[in-house]
Ligand binder design. Structure first.
Ligand code: IPD
Ligand code: CA
Ligand code: CA
Length: 275
């Protein structure tokens, strides 16, 4: 294998890229409601800010990590998926929570996961409105603004706050999701639905949420967040407990070990399987 930068160096590069992209997003925030949105699907939008933030990250990646494969949301169609599972790869969501951003709702982020042979080795999730930088390296722990973070210690579902995301792309996915949701809602302290999956995973890593699930996410939504969760003592799998891979679309179930186990069982009883 050729020269590979150290994990700390990889992290430093992607943190710099995330900060620059966050600058692009922050500068555009005051005019978010007047931006031109293009529809990717009936309820799925992309703005010029998503594109500009992605270009910013890609130019840093091309300069600093010229050998790395890139899987970035707004240009993903040009990436052969099998390349991402080999060698060094960056999996990039330049603006996670676009709908929130376009409405001025302060929950959106830049998410960059660094994979080596398909496994996450470094990660950054930048909460732009909250100015919180979540980082992790494999084996090196997880941090928020440089301070170590851990998953929560809650083991009783009645005390748990659970995050989720709903299936907004295909209306036929809604009824089975509602079956899951009602089962979970009936047993926990609260359910939250903030609308930026990378931040939801960061919320589990930092103990704000005790667990989170979503039935279908793209790799750029969770490639970084899954490492944050693992490095803060949590578990990150599909909803049936299979290993999560940051290279393909998947369901996602994360949590502290006790709440991960509980939520996995609660979701199983609602009969949904991995996509
Ligand atoms: C979306 C957000 C949302 C999740 C969706 C994602 P986008 O990403 O992460 O929370 O529910 O599944 O597609 O489109 O805002 O980058
Ligand atoms: Ca996203
Ligand atoms: Ca996005």
């Amino acid at each position: 294998m050729g020269y590979q930068p150290e994990r700390r160096d990889l992290l430093e590069i992607v943190v710099r890229a995330a900060r620059e992209a966050a600058g692009v997003i922050r500068a555009a925030a005051p005019r978010a409601r007047n931006l031109d949105w293009r529809s990717k699907g009936p309820t799925d939008f992309v703005s010029e800010v998503d594109i500009a933030a992605e270009e910013c990250i890609l130019s840093i990646a091309a300069r600093e990590l010229p050998g790395a494969s890139i899987l970035a949301e707004e240009s993903a169609a040009t990436t052969p998926p099998e390349r991402v599972a080999r060698g060094l790869a960056l999996v990039i969501d330049p603006l996670d929570g676009t709908t929130n951003f376009l409405h001025g709702y302060p929950a959106y982020a830049v998410s960059i996961g660094v994979l080596l042979d398909g496994e996450p080795v470094a990660a950054v999730v930048y909460n732009v409105a909250g100015d919180e930088i979540f980082t992790a390296t494999a084996g090196g722990g997880a941090f928020m603004n440089g301070v170590p973070i851990r998953v929560s210690t809650i083991v009783d579902p009645q005390r748990a706050l659970i995050g989720t995301g709903y299936p907004f792309k295909d209306p036929t996915d809604i009824p089975p999701y509602l079956a899951q949701l009602s089962r979970v809602m009936a047993q926990v302290s609260g359910v939250r639905w903030p609308g930026a999956a990378s931040l939801d995973l960061a919320s589990v890593a930092s103990g704000r949420f005790d667990a989170f699930w979503e039935n279908l996410l793209s790799p750029w939504d969770f490639a970084a967040g899954m490492l944050l969760v693992r490095e803060s003592g949590g578990l990150a799998t599909t909803i049936t407990g299979s290993p999560l891979r940051g290279v393909a679309r998947s369901s996602v179930l994360v949590g502290n070990p006790a709440m991960h186990a509980w939520l996995r069982q609660a979701l199983q009883q609602s009969q949904l399987t991995d996509p």
